[in-house]
Design a protein around this ligand. Sequence first.
Ligand SMILES: Nc1ncnc2c1ncn2[C@@H]1O[C@H](COP(=O)(O)OP(=O)(O)O)[C@@H](O)[C@H]1O
Ligand SMILES: [Mg+2]
Length: 353
Amino acid sequence: MMEVTFHNRESEIKEIMNTLSVKPRLITFIYGPINSGKTELITNLIEQLPENYVVFYINLRGKFISNYDDFVRALFKLDREKKEYKEILKTISEVSLKSLKFAGIPITEGILDLFFREKTYEDVFEFLEDYFTEIAENKIPVLIVDELQKIGDVRINTHLIYELFNLFIRLTKELHLCHVFAVTSDSLFIERVYNEAMLEGRCRYSLVDDFDSETTLAFLGKYGFTDDEKMMAWEYCGGKPVCLIELINTGENRRERVEEMIGIRTGQIEGLIEDAKAFGYKISYGAEEIVLNEEQILEGLEPFRTKDCLKSNELSKPVKLGLIKANILFLDPVKQIIKPQSRLNLLAIREVI
Ligand SMILES: Nc1ncnc2c1ncn2[C@@H]1O[C@H](COP(=O)(O)OP(=O)(O)O)[C@@H](O)[C@H]1O
Ligand SMILES: [Mg+2]
């Protein structure tokens, strides 16, 4: 297998660096289709940050959060060296060798126990405010929560997500203490966020999409693709990094591999239509349960026979929700457009209809 290294995200990195170079005022939501490279971009960016930044990167991927304890566990990380609280903060503020990165917010056993005993958000959020205040005296704290939608529906007394948004607003707009980035691939979640009154004027949106054609061709050029192979890869995979990497690693039989990938995706979409025909395709949206039949699914796919992307209002709400939930379509609430999650999905849709 070839070692694939991080490829050009200059404009996205520049945009985030600009945000980081001024004092925190807004929450930044980083969104985009599945596997477009959001996490990769953030991970790479963290590595490049100068020494005066302290990054707390929390990835909720694979975490199951249904109650208060799960949430506290996801957010914090026990400092194994059994330091005192003041000592932890002191280390964070004083070490100046390079920028610091933490997967989870380091705290002492005592504080963690206290959180588990008291079980109130106020304690946790007050603590975080104090924590970032102390760090901000010497450094610039950056809080990044990846896959934030994982707590979108969690309700513990009140909706957790709103409590968290309140904290984020306090940290940015009100106190200018800490940069806050929230990352998500979930279009329906980002749509909710976009329409949320409490966030109005308090956040900005940054799209991390698949590579454009120029970036894609340059990326493939680094791995010895011929012009023909580059064109084939762009035709089938568009600029979806994972898909391109798959081709890079395939070596010889690249055309067979892309055809196989399209075959698999086509089969999955056909399976979904078959389910819709037999049982109705069920999705939950908040408290609603929506059931789509075969005709509705096909109605949602049909426009893509000739188009690559639609205006958001061109599909009826249930159809749109269903195809987004099935990860076939991606909705950009900022630009108000719907498009397939990837070029591969577009081609598979065309196979199906
Ligand atoms: N700029 C890039 N350069 C090289 N590989 C990338 C790049 N962006 C993404 N990838 C590859 O694509 C995969 C999916 O990216 P990821 O960041 O996990 O997507 P997302 O977080 O948007 O769902 C990663 O495992 C990584 O290997
Ligand atoms: Mg990710």
